[in-house]
Design a protein around this ligand. Structure first.
Ligand SMILES: [Zn+2]
Length: 149
């Protein structure tokens, strides 16, 4: 044991001080908020989970937003996979290619947006599907927004 010479001890009894509140006292709210300490926020969660889409579509979109879909790129880590996109057979199957760049995906986007009469352009050079979605929502008349979620 090493005794520190500059330690100042108080004669007052020990006191439990919570660091999650300004007052240092316990509250259920501070406990609840502490559970989120260190967590990251996903700006897109509301767009995905509060949309009218069926649960399986929401779940796919949530996985796609985190690049967690089982594309050939992910399967390449030791699992059997086709080297190129199964639709166009031209490019490696990445999520970006599958959702945004593949000519078949682009045609599907065109058809869906025309069917819904949404005037947004199809995804083009956006970094992600979510970036396109946010951009498209900003340029869509409010009466059509409920169709986009
Ligand atoms: Zn393709």
């Amino acid at each position: 044991w090493q005794v520190m010479e500059h330690t100042v001890l108080s004669a007052a009894p020990d006191q439990l001080i919570r660091k999650w509140t300004a007052s240092g006292t316990y509250s259920t709210q501070s406990c609840y908020l502490a559970t989120f300490h260190g967590s990251t926020t996903c700006y897109s969660w509301k767009l995905i989970w509060k949309s009218w889409a069926p649960p399986r579509v929401k779940f796919f979109h949530w996985l796609a937003n985190q690049d967690r879909c089982w594309t050939a790129k992910r399967l390449a880590h030791g699992l059997q996979h086709h080297p190129r996109c199964l639709l166009c057979d031209q490019e490696p199957e990445t999520l970006r290619h599958f959702l945004l760049e593949c000519p078949f995906a682009r045609q599907a986007w065109h058809e869906v947006l025309a069917w819904l009469r949404i005037p947004a352009p199809i995804p083009n050079h956006e970094p992600s599907l979510m970036d396109w979605w946010k951009h498209a929502r900003e340029n869509t008349p409010p009466r059509l927004l409920e169709l986009m979620g």
